[in-house]
Design a protein. Structure first.
Length: 678
């Protein structure tokens, strides 16, 4: 009986297909397997090493959804792959096709659909979805599948319900708890060693590779530490995992004894042996890796890959951390200088976290027990039974094989990961924005929300960066305060064509304004923020930035103290073309002025035709009194006695008279000197 396996691009698609094949091989003794994949991807190395035959077809992920060169060329390649798959199908004559997702699986599955529709084959089609929310290709080809296997019960809503079967995640039988000392003996390691296994998937992970190299001097200073580092074999135009890692290690100038305890591997075969030998894993948060961790009961420090569709790795990692299986370090996006972002992990922080865990045997054992308790790996007999039933013509009934494992997904985290940036912001404003700082730190999804802020802050699109700026303030993300100061103070000229369209700097005015507002929410006043406010009041061409800078001074009036430089900057704005700038700066003078002398200088505003200007002057006096800069009998206050107290505003609380009454109360007089009517 012949089976075609397909799915690829990464090990996360390849290994589940091979795990299913292992189970089928035990039942169908005459089973023959052929893997269809794409040359140059993970399957090219993995499949032959595990003893399966592979053939290659052309395929490529589609860039975008609209016709164009970036869309048509991959579509043409996929069409060529479909033709290749049709020929292979006719030669191999499979009884079933088993696909595990990714663009590599599309030609093989579509070929089966076409041959079946033409009456040239009776091949059955099975699809397995590893993640909570399916990728676009599995969602597309599932409409022609006989059965769709899912790892999470909640995933059924994405597929035709009559074809969905809950199976769990397929993990190869080699992944199971085994004796640690035997594994160490097999690898030539001393029993007392502290063994660290670091890997970033079949292709490797640049951020993890570079961070662990930076951490090596600190880690290898302990003579018991052994580091196994799976660099991956990625070869891209601007990055080679093996060469880049080797060059960085050479720069460290480690001694020979330390180098003997560092074991780089471009690809780790028999990785289950390394799992068993390791005290701690440092890895990504793909569904496959997490299920292997739980199946083997291994503690882990997990670094989810950032900026994936749906951020499923971050969601998975934080869910596992809540279950006590692991600790999490989130990648920090950093600007790449070309309008985009790269991922960064601080090597010193990574070293400190690893050292703390390796020194805490009790925590490692607790994490190991937690991993075994949330094991969501499939009973592999499920796949044998499902395939056997379908091949015998037994259709899928309304049943579920078992309940979903506990401890994985948080409903809120999954919901957040499925929202657009604007949706995340709206959710935070509604559910989180009113929490006090103590309650905010205890909010279950606060790490995920700050992670989203990080992702959005370095997005190429300014509307998304703007949302990131707002999220940083709403979530009190103080670790990004320096970045917010940099954004608010941006003076990098926009390209000429954008300046002709009205843009001034690289960070648009809306973002600079909102960055100042978020800095106010963070609640920290220091010299850096003082200098930023001065710069905004003196140089920024966008009037709303100047307004927000003045509002910051009012907000921090009890912290910023008197400042002659800020007083000069504020007074210079009293002639600004924007009335809003004028009245906000006039009020802000009361927040930083060292005495009431400016009230006499501002006496001309007592008769200003715009009531908001007069109101601002009164508010400035209130701030001076509340700050204790002046007393009730200060002669400067007499300059306000001839201020016109009427206004055209329709607020029935009479704001001008209220301010006059407030000043009079602070001076110790009766509560209504301005009369009872407007």
């Amino acid at each position: 009986m012949n089976f075609i396996l397909t799915g690829g691009g990464t090990g996360g698609h390849v290994y589940p297909a091979l795990a299913i094949a292992e189970a089928l091989k035990q039942h169908f003794k005459d089973a023959r397997f052929l893997y269809l994949g794409v040359r140059g991807r993970a399957e090219e190395n993995i499949v032959p090493q595990l003893g399966y035959k592979i053939k290659f077809v052309a395929s490529e992920g589609l860039a975008g959804r609209k016709p164009g060169l970036r869309f048509l060329l991959p579509a043409l390649k996929m069409l060529i792959g479909l033709c290749q798959a049709l020929v292979i199908h006719l030669q191999f004559r499979p009884a079933a096709v088993i696909g595990t997702g990714g663009y590599a699986s599309v030609p093989a599955v579509l070929a089966a659909v076409i041959l079946r529709r033409c009456g040239l084959a009776k091949v059955r089609i099975f699809i397995h979805e590893q993640n909570y929310a399916p990728g676009r290709w599995n969602r597309l080809i599932s409409r022609w599948a006989d059965r769709v296997w899912i790892s999470f019960l909640e995933s059924e809503r994405y597929f035709p319900l009559s074809r969905v079967e809950f199976t769990g995640y397929p993990v190869r039988r080699q992944f199971a708890p085994r004796d640690r000392l035997e594994a160490r003996k097999e690898l030539g390691l001393p029993a007392e060693a502290k063994v660290l296994l670091v890997f970033g998937g079949s292709q490797g992970a640049r951020s993890i590779n570079r961070a662990i190299v930076d951490a090596l001097p600190a880690l290898l200073a302990d003579p018991l530490v052994e580091v196994f580092h799976g660099t991956g074999n990625l070869k891209a135009p601007n990055y080679s995992a093996v060469k880049d890692t080797a060059a960085r290690v050479a720069e460290l100038k480690l001694d020979l004894e330390q180098l003997a305890r560092y074991h780089p591997r471009d690809f780790i075969t028999e990785i289950q042996v390394y799992y068993a030998a390791a005290d701690l894993l440092v890895c990504r948060a793909g569904a496959g890796t997490l299920n292997e961790i739980c199946r083997c009961g291994k503690p882990a420090l997990i670094i989810p890959k950032s900026s994936l569709a749906g951020e499923h790795q971050a969601v998975n990692a934080l869910a596992m951390a809540r279950a006590g299986v692991c600790e999490v370090i989130l990648e920090r996006p950093v600007a790449d200088g070309e309008g985009g972002a790269g991922a960064f992990i601080d090597g010193a922080q990574l070293a400190a976290r690893i050292q703390a865990l390796l020194a805490d045997r009790e925590t490692l054992e607790r994490m190991s027990r937690a991993a075994l308790s949330v094991n969501g790996a499939a009973d592999m007999e499920v796949f044998v039974r499902s395939v056997g039933d379908e091949l015998q013509g037994i259709r899928l009934g309304p049943r579920r094989i078992k309940a979903a494992p506990d401890g994985w997904q948080s409903d809120e985290a999954v919901k957040l990961a499925g929202l657009s940036p604007a949706g995340v912001l709206a959710y935070v404003q509604k559910n989180v924005g009113r929490l006090d700082p103590e309650a905010l730190e205890k909010y279950p999804s606060i790490q995920l929300l700050r992670y989203f802020a990080d992702i959005f802050l370095t997005d190429r699109r300014w509307p998304v960066r703007n949302i990131g700026v707002k999220l940083a303030g709403l979530t009190l993300h103080r670790e990004r305060r320096d970045l917010l100061i940099s954004i608010a103070g941006d003076r990098v000229p926009a390209p000429l064509y954008k300046r002709l369209l009205g843009k001034d700097f690289s960070q648009v005015g809306f973002i600079r304004r909102n960055a100042l507002f978020s800095l106010g929410q963070l609640g920290v006043w220091d010299e850096a923020l003082s200098g930023l406010v001065f710069s905004a009041l003196s140089e920024d061409p966008y009037y709303e930035v100047r307004v927000q800078a003045a509002l910051l001074l009012i907000h921090f009036r009890d912290k910023c103290g008197p400042s002659a430089a800020l007083v000069r900057a504020l007074e210079a704005n009293l002639a600004h073309r924007s009335l809003e700038v004028r009245w906000t700066c006039l009020e802000a003078l009361g927040a930083v002025a060292p005495d009431a002398g400016f009230l006499e200088r501002m006496r001309r505003f007592n008769f200003h035709p715009n009531w908001r200007i007069r109101q601002a002057l009164l508010k400035a006096a209130v701030h001076l009194l509340e700050r204790g800069v002046i007393s009730a009998g200060d002669p400067g206050l007499k300059s306000l006695e001839d201020l016109i107290p009427t206004c055209t505003d329709f607020i029935p609380t009479f704001p001008l008279k209220n301010s006059l009454n407030r000043i009079h109360r602070l001076r110790g007089g009766d509560a209504n000197p301005a009369g009872s009517t407007q």
